[in-house]
Design a protein around this ligand. Structure first.
Ligand SMILES: NC(=O)c1ccc[n+]([C@@H]2O[C@H](COP(=O)([O-])OP(=O)(O)OC[C@H]3O[C@@H](n4cnc5c(N)ncnc54)[C@H](OP(=O)(O)O)[C@@H]3O)[C@@H](O)[C@H]2O)c1
Ligand SMILES: *C1O[C@H](CO)[C@@H](O)[C@H](O)[C@H]1NC(C)=O
Ligand SMILES: *[C@@H]1O[C@H](CO)[C@@H](O)[C@H](O)[C@H]1NC(C)=O
Ligand SMILES: *[C@@H]1O[C@H](CO)[C@@H](O)[C@H](O)[C@H]1NC(C)=O
Length: 322
């Protein structure tokens, strides 16, 4: 187990993988040829997702940018094409807070008859004021967890078929956060998922990010049991100044100033996603949590298999009742 901590983060010293907090997405994928791969990057129109999409395309993968804002998605596509006008990049509409939109996205993607090797579940919102999704579910849980839960399940058949026919390992990469340590008591507040009175924007974010970790573990277990050649891992990208912080208040801004040395830039922020998506040294590695391109031990609740199973059933019920 890698000992990645504050020290390595501050110094940028590489961990056992040979990479560390200072490594960029381009650096960790140097020399890798992804021309046989097709990838979906959710939230690929900005921030870490855009840099991830850009670097996957730079390594010659076919990249589908899944975004709710099509204008931004098309701008992202143009940005990638500017580097290489024959790069294979598409933009497709996806609003993860809406189950209807998730289903429509999967239909549209399937209609293109593309294979699918990589799914980067990157989109997310943070610290939102209390709000319900169009399906009546608290917005951070709906967007960060449930939308990706449904998306992943609907795309899994395609990924399994691709892995089988190509003989190439499929990979699912999930963006979680150290914030998974800061949740409601017990981790997931199943009985109060939509409760406005007990709502905390910070804990609801932590809860949704813990849900991401739990689901990776449960999905990894299921896929392994089936013998599918698909790995699933979670990533904490680091602290990166992106649009994600649009709902954070003054306290957070002060904290940010004080903690300045802890922050990474966007190319560094996309490094762990790209490393876990493409690096050959992670062949067969599944159900793990990565920080700064090195394996890391997640919080205790994240390894609770009973909680993971409970969340899986709970999520299935929510998705089926919508
Ligand atoms: N930045 C950090 O310090 C940090 C730390 C830990 C974890 N993370 C995680 O890293 C991931 C990427 O975040 P980021 O920092 O790159 O933030 P970002 O720039 O805000 O990117 C998030 C992306 O998700 C998209 N998105 C939000 N809601 C969506 C929805 N309902 N449907 C489809 N797309 C949606 C956003 O689109 P719009 O532009 O339309 O909103 C945006 O493109 C997130 O999962 C986040 O939790 C980030
Ligand atoms: C991660 O993947 C799981 C499926 O295993 C999904 O339930 C979860 O919501 C995903 N989260 C994110 C942000 O990728
Ligand atoms: C541009 O992208 C295409 C398709 O991925 C690839 O075949 C080609 O080698 C790339 N060109 C350069 C200069 O990287
Ligand atoms: C699984 O994927 C790996 C890596 O791409 C490949 O080497 C291996 O042969 C695949 N295994 C099967 C059973 O297809």
């Amino acid at each position: 187990m890698a000992k990645v901590g504050i020290f390595t983060l501050l110094t940028g010293i590489a961990g056992p993988s040979g990479f560390g907090s200072a490594s960029t997405a381009e650096k960790v994928t140097d020399g890798i040829d992804a021309s046989d791969l097709t990838a979906i990057v959710t939230g690929g129109a900005s921030g870490i997702g855009l840099e991830t999409a850009r670097v996957l395309a730079l390594r010659n993968a076919h990249v589908v940018i899944a975004a709710r804002n099509m204008e931004a998605a098309n701008e992202a596509k143009q940005l990638i094409l500017k580097d290489n006008e024959t790069a294979r990049v598409d933009a497709l509409k996806l609003d993860l807070s809406s189950m209807k939109s998730v289903r429509a996205f999967v239909n549209n993607f399937n209609a293109q008859n593309l294979p699918l090797n990589l799914l980067i579940n990157n989109a997310g919102v943070m610290f939102c004021p209390y709000q319900l999704s169009e399906d009546g579910i608290e917005i951070q849980f709906a967007t960060n967890h449930l939308g990706h839960f449904l998306l992943t399940n609907l795309l899994l058949d395609k990924m399994k078929k691709t892995a089988r026919s190509s003989g190439i390992e499929g990979r699912i990469v999930n963006l979680t956060s150290v914030a998974h340590l800061h949740t409601y008591k017990g981790g997931i507040d199943f009985n109060k998922i939509n409760d406005e009175d007990s709502y905390s924007d910070k804990k609801a974010y932590g809860q949704s990010k813990l849900a991401n970790l739990l689901h990776v573990n449960e999905l990894a277990r299921r896929l392994q049991e089936e013998g599918a050649n698909i790995t699933v891992n979670s990533v904490h990208p680091g602290l990166i100044m992106t649009n994600l912080f649009r709902h954070s208040g003054l306290g957070m801004r002060i904290l940010r100033l004080l903690s300045h040395p802890l922050w990474k830039n966007v190319p560094q922020g996309a490094a762990t996603s790209c490393y876990v998506a493409l690096h050959p040294s992670l062949k067969g590695v599944t159900g793990k949590y990565f920080v700064d391109c090195n394996e890391f031990a997640p919080g205790k609740l994240a390894t609770d298999t009973v909680l993971a199973k409970q969340l899986w059933d709970f999520s299935n019920k929510l998705v089926n009742s919508a």
